[in-house]
Ligand binder design. Sequence first.
Ligand code: ZN
Length: 149
Amino acid sequence: MKERIMSKDLMNKIDALGAQEYMSDAQLAVFEEHLRGEHERLIVRQQEITNTSMKNPESISGDEADKANAIQSSADARAESEKNKAMLRSVSVALQAIKTRDYGYCIKCGEEIGLKRMISQPAACRDIECETLEERKNKQNPAANLKIS
Ligand SMILES: [Zn+2]
């Protein structure tokens, strides 16, 4: 399960800047705007999940099927909520990295992550090599298997 925040709009905006130094001010500004929008969207979504679907199944009136449905959708909501929260965290980390100008560089090895990968995953914090290593590690330790980049 890999969360991608694909954005054609983002790609177009970066393309429109033309040839630039990697993570130039103009590019960082485009990524920042995109990530702020994403952050906003995730916060709204988080509120929706909390407000609408995380009801206590015990409080549902109706027959057993209604209760079973309520329990299922409450479990789904919790799973989505966890995923959403993890994405919010990585978007916040990315926004912070823009401020410190670490954005676009791998947190592990310091290499450039690359514009293409940053456009397809604007909250990525590792390059492909380090990400692959991390995924392999997570496979050996399923408890840490939360891959949102
Ligand atoms: Zn790396």
